[in-house]
Write a protein that binds this ligand. Structure first.
Ligand code: PLP
Length: 395
């Protein structure tokens, strides 16, 4: 009997899980760990959303299988969101599908549209599902940079010129996890033109659509006229409404891609629990000031984090969006490697961060720090970091 499973051989252990296990062990041992590792919102969803969940769950008829592609009201609510936020028209029947979180949507899409031998263009560093969704499907990844500068365009053109078979899909994710980089509409215009010319599908991950700062809203690729011919976009309730555990996301845009994903999902699942979908409708259709409050909370955390870490001797970048800062290893630790640095920071400073190498080769030398604790705890983390840097810096 072989235990050399084809797909398992291609999936190294999730690096983030290693530091998570250490954090868990430290907490079990009674230590206070400030967890800036996972992008897991620390706030509850709005109360009216929780109330709707409870109200619908109390109905005897709400407990059967739901609809795999999402209940009609939720698909309509998502189409309305794109209308008011991006001025993009979507047909809730053909151009919207509900997913069990955008992570599931991305991986089911990879299953739907790729096969062994296909070449997929994905960023490095990247959120792991952008590559592993396709690796699990048996496809091959050709990495392109995450930073959207001229090197990026050159890498895309080289990929088309020198890869056999030609790549079929490009994954983009702005605001980026992990780098927090953003793009403007001109970038998406150029990307849509490139995809048309090269006959490549675009999957855009817009999980951080509403976590933007300093009054500069994120843009959607679907705002580009004709983008729906080549692209779909994934969004999520997880960060916008702090509903990460509820597992609701969306894929919208190109009807062929939406249909392919819907087909695969019809074999794989029966959709999210109906009361969760009804509560997600309440979130999207209800008062939107909660979205603004959430954004401002992260923005002030960001300000505190950048200021206090920099003062502690670790100058970290000021992210324009997302819930992360993507920081080079601090002075004196540059050669340690991001995984070892993260372990030491956890051990000696009681602060958990995500090792950059967990996001791909290009992530080495960096860590991702998430703004998922309150301002007081972030200041405490900075004080711990300051002590750690003074006691452990090499050279
Ligand atoms: C870029 C990006 N895409 C997708 C996801 C997954 O979101 P969801 O909870 O909707 O599956 C995350 C979660 O952190 C993310 O950072």
């Amino acid at each position: 009997m072989s235990d050399e499973f084809y797909r398992i051989k291609r999936m190294p252990p999730y690096v983030i899980a290693e530091v998570n296990a250490m954090r868990h062990a430290a907490r079990q041992a009674g230590r206070d760990i400030i967890d800036l590792g996972m992008g897991n919102p620390d706030q509850p969803p709005p109360q009216h959303v929780i109330d709707k969940l409870c109200e619908v769950a109390a109905k005897p008829t709400a407990h059967g299988y739901s609809q795999s592609k999402g209940i009609p009201g939720l698909r309509k609510a998502q189409a309305n969101y794109y209308g008011r936020r991006f001025n993009v028209d979507l047909d809730p029947e053909r151009e919207v599908v509900v997913t069990m979180g955008s992570k599931e949507g991305l991986s089911s899409m990879a299953t739907a549209i790729s096969a062994p031998g296909d070449v997929i263009l994905a960023p490095s560093p990247a959120y792991p599902i952008h590559t592993y969704g396709f690796i699990i499907a048996g496809a091959t990844i050709r990495s392109v940079p995450t930073t959207p500068d001229e090197r990026y365009w050159k890498a895309l053109d080289n990929a088309m010129a020198y890869t056999v078979p030609r790549p079929t899909v490009l994954v983009v994710n702005y605001p980026s996890n992990p780098t927090a980089e953003t793009v403007d509409l001109a970038f998406y215009e150029r990307l849509v033109a490139w995809a048309r010319e090269n006959r490549v599908w675009i999957l855009s991950d817009l999980a951080y659509s509403e976590l933007y700062y300093d009054g500069k809203p994120t843009r959607s690729i679907l705002e580009v006229p004709g983008a729906k011919d080549v692209a779909v976009e994934f969004t999520s309730m997880s960060k916008t409404f702090s509903m990460a555990g509820w597992r609701i996301g969306f894929c919208v845009g190109n009807p062929e891609l939406v249909a392919a994903l819907t087909r695969v999902k019809s074999y794989l699942d029966y959709g999210a629990f109906t009361p969760i979908q009804a509560a997600a409708c309440a979130a999207l259709n209800g008062p939107q000031d909660v979205v603004e409050e959430n954004r401002l909370r992260y923005q002030s955390r960001r300000d505190v984090m950048v200021e206090s870490f920099t003062r502690a001797g670790w100058p970290i970048p000021n992210p324009p969006a997302s819930m992360f800062t993507w920081a080079e290893l601090p002075p004196g630790f540059e050669d340690m490697g991001s995984l070892e640095f993260s372990k030491q920071l956890l051990e000696h400073a009681g602060v958990a961060v995500a090792a950059g190498v967990g996001f791909g080769e290009e992530g080495e030398g960096f860590v991702r720090i998430a703004m998922v604790e309150n301002e007081q705890r972030i200041r405490q983390a900075a004080r711990n970091v300051k002590r750690f840097l003074a006691e452990h810096a090499r050279g």
